[in-house]
Design a protein around this ligand. Structure first.
Ligand SMILES: CC(=O)[C@@H](O)[C@H](O)COP(=O)(O)O
Ligand SMILES: NCC(=O)COP(=O)(O)O
Length: 250
């Protein structure tokens, strides 16, 4: 079965609208893990627009103390700062992403040919028992890209599913994207690599993805699941606020 790691970036971004501690990133981590998620994912960006440095530590403490079986996946560009954060909290999985600090969000995988030597040295630095290294990978990397990714010593690739997610109104293009994702997944599996996937996966596009792309070990989902949580949770929140108001004096 494909495991679900819930990305908490969007929760942190909502919290950061105010100088207040809610919604709590740790509190939501508890909720998603109690609900059956296999782990949590964060992508601390240099500008701390969502995940802040203390969140990285707070989540590490939560998992160590209350959820020893849950996986902690930290994504990011391997800057010196990022690498020292990884050493401080020692997550189960590090996903290296080629984002520059100005990027609005992740929008491509690694250039495995151009950055092969760099990635090999970073993977060597990060690898240790009990820690998996995954590399963000374009959906159409194919067998050639996978061969280069494997040569870095990484354990897994994470397929960038943004282009597939962007096809919500174009079934023909979605089919092409799924074929590329399935092809790259097949190549990774044949090479003995694990496969993760993520970016813009949703309740609506996940079933076709599951059917077409076989053997995916883990998906990480944040934006879509947060949007759905608002939809399934807003009505109940309104009921609870109205109940409080109804109890008050007129
Ligand atoms: C690496 C990846 O796939 C991204 O989904 C990323 O974690 C999202 O980052 P933002 O939440 O900053 O858009
Ligand atoms: N690695 C992808 C991820 O963590 C979540 O991406 P998104 O669902 O927020 O687009």
């Amino acid at each position: 079965m494909t495991l679900l790691s819930v990305n908490l970036n969007a929760v942190a971004q909502l919290r950061n609208r105010r100088d207040l501690p809610w919604p709590s990133v740790v509190g939501l981590a508890r909720i998603v893990l109690d609900a059956g998620a296999s782990g949590v994912t964060i992508h601390p960006r240099p500008d701390e627009r969502h995940i802040r440095r203390h969140d990285v530590h707070d989540l590490a403490d939560l998992l160590a103390q209350e959820y020893p079986a849950a996986e902690y996946n930290i994504e990011g560009y391997p800057s010196d700062d990022f690498l020292s954060l990884i050493e401080e909290v020692n997550p189960h999985q590090v996903t290296l992403v080629p984002d520059d600090p100005s990027q609005a969000t992740s929008d491509h995988g690694w250039d495995f040919r151009g950055k092969g030597n760099f990635l090999t040295s970073v993977v060597q630095k990060l690898k240790q028992p009990g820690r998996r290294i995954s590399l963000f990978c374009d959906p159409d990397a194919g067998a050639t890209g996978i061969e280069l990714a494997k040569a870095t010593g990484a354990d897994r690739v994470e397929l960038y599913t943004g282009p597939y997610g962007g096809c919500f109104d174009d079934a023909a293009r979605a089919g092409q994207e799924l074929a590329a994702l399935a092809d790259t997944t097949g190549a990774a599996k044949a090479a003995g690599m694990g496969v993760n996937a993520g970016h813009d996966l949703t309740l609506a596009n996940l079933p076709a993805f599951q059917e077409a792309v076989l053997g995916v070990d883990e998906v990480s989902i944040g934006h879509g699941i947060t949007a759905d949580a608002l939809i399934v949770g807003f009505a109940e929140a309104v009921r609870q606020y109205r109940a409080v108001l109804a109890d008050g004096a007129d």
